[in-house]
Write a protein that binds this ligand. Structure first.
Ligand SMILES: CC(C)[C@H](C(=O)O)[C@@H](O)C(=O)O
Ligand code: SF4
Length: 467
């Protein structure tokens, strides 16, 4: 048989039928739902008198709109409240399991899927959300869909798809100490640009990926989208299987059933000699902690570097760089280490997992947040919050002067009360930094949890390896 890529193997397992015109119908193993992109989809079902085809394969949570303060159950914004109430009603009516506000398992959709064992290796996973690629870190085929497709999946448990190009992204060399998955993926986007993968699927490979924890792998696949790809994948290995065995994952198989599943998942690797449409390589030996200075994740440099000259930036025209710097209030040649921040956001589906919080806590332990800096630490899920509290990480953050909050997307995007005011400057562990992303006129610098924590303590960008 022809050697196959990991992508091909998972794709081929799910083809229900050929639709002609280059399209295939794929079976969907897991459909994740959140409050923003689902109301019209449920409404569509209702109007047509249809049911949810596989409610037991459909899971819903509330994350984008939810407030993260102690009074979060009281949602003041009208649009948010309407979406939250609609999801509650729709899940009740259509028999979908909902992790709603106040539920122990509520959290960002891309955090709770893996941690509850809802998403697993070898599956097809879809959600009305672009960062669904996150789940591909298991070696599953996970991608975002639009609201009309959400309705289609609810009604049929299938999705029409055209097979994308498959690109291999090879990370060479070891990840230097003090650098994490976030630095690695930002470096990749800095090198190849936000159109590196337009419409393609990435398989992330190489020794540095193999040594990453599952948390780190989720971070990388999460940001495949920011490099223009539809999805990212990492072949499952012992790290993956240990993640599934180590803790209670209520929706994953257990015991002998898990062992049998693992035997099957071991076959989910790219065969020797399999064909990729493109090969992209990144050398990590000179990597340092990364900080974005512009309004795209590809506008990025090392924490010890400088804001570049207008004509020095790969993949961007000088006029784009100028516009980004004007918005960001920065000048070419300025040292990154001289940029002061007034806000730090640690959280999101990119970096809101327990390991991210541990890394941030390590830097902030026995230190104080710099004068005048507001620091929000927002666990990605209620389960992460409970675990962090058991490890007393919340004490470290609060004693340093940070705010410890409840789970949600929070300041990753301005859809809930956590947002930037115009002109505020934030070191953020999230994944998008376009104009207004964290609030109108707000300025976002994407960084790792360690670099965010270092900025919290120093009040300016500082190499976290100095702590
Ligand atoms: C609101 C949602 C549709 C959106 C997405 O698709 O990614 C959001 O999660 C984001 O990160 O911008
Ligand atoms: S945390 Fe941010 S990127 Fe992730 S789903 Fe929420 S809004 Fe989208």
């Amino acid at each position: 048989m022809e050697p196959q890529t990991l992508f091909d193997k998972v794709w081929n397992r799910h083809v229900v039928t050929e639709l002609g015109g280059g399209e295939q119908l794929l079976y969907v193993d897991r459909h994740l739902v959140h409050e923003v992109t689902s109301p019209q989809a449920f409404e569509g079902l209702r109007l047509k008198g249809r049911r949810v085809r596989r409610p037991e394969r459909t899971f819903a949570t509330m994350d984008h709109n939810v407030p993260t303060g102690a009074d979060r159950l009281c949602v003041r914004d009208e649009v948010s409240r309407a979406q939250i109430e609609a999801l509650d009603r729709n899940c009740g009516e259509f028999g979908v399991r909902l992790f709603g506000l106040g539920d122990d398992h509520q959290g960002i959709v891309h955090i709770i899927g893996p941690e509850l064992g809802i998403t697993l290796p070898g599956q097809t996973v879809v959600c009305g959300d672009s960062h669904t690629a996150t789940h591909g870190a298991f070696g599953s085929l996970a991608f975002g869909i639009g609201t009309s497709e959400v309705e289609h999946v609810l009604a049929t448990q299938t999705i029409r798809q055209r097979k994308p190009a498959v690109n291999r992204v090879l990370f060479m060399g070891d990840l230097p100490g003090g650098c994490g998955a976030k630095d690695l993926i930002l470096r990749f986007i800095g090198l190849y640009g936000t159109a590196a993968g337009t419409g393609a699927a990435f398989e992330f490979c190489g020794p540095a990926v193999r040594t990453l924890s599952m948390e780190g792998r989720f971070t990388i696949c999460n940001m495949a989208i920011e490099a223009g790809a539809r999805t990212g994948m990492i072949a499952p290995d012992e790290m993956t299987f240990d993640y599934l065995r180590a803790e209670e994952r209520p929706y994953a198989p257990g015991g002998a059933a898990l062992d049998r599943a693992i035997e099957d998942w071991r076959t989910l690797t790219t065969d020797e000699g399999a064909h990729f449409d493109h090969e992209l390589e990144v050398d990590l030996s000179s990597l340092e902690p990364q900080v974005t200075w512009g309004t795209s994740p590809g506008m990025v440099t090392g924490v010890n570097g400088r804001v570049p000259q207008l004509d020095e930036v790969p993949n961007y025209r000088p006029a784009d760089v100028q516009r980004a710097l004007d918005y960001m209030g920065l000048k070419p040649g300025q040292a990154i280490g001289d940029i002061e921040v007034d806000t730090v956001f640690i959280g999101s589906c990119t970096n809101g997992r327990i390991e991210d919080l541990r890394e941030a806590a390590e830097v902030m332990k026995n230190r104080r947040v710099a004068q005048g800096v507001r620091v929000l630490v927002v666990p990605g899920s209620e389960r992460v919050r409970h675990q962090a509290e058991q490890e007393r990480l919340d004490r470290i953050f609060v004693e340093a002067g940070a705010e410890w909050r409840y789970a949600g997307c929070s300041m990753c995007l301005a859809m809930n009360p956590d947002r930037l005011e115009a002109g505020e400057r934030c070191a953020s562990t999230s994944n998008r930094n376009f104009e207004g992303r964290q609030g109108m006129g707000g300025r976002t610098h994407l960084v790792s949890p360690r670099t965010a924590a270092a900025a919290a303590v120093s009040g300016r960008f500082t190499d976290p390896r100095e702590f």
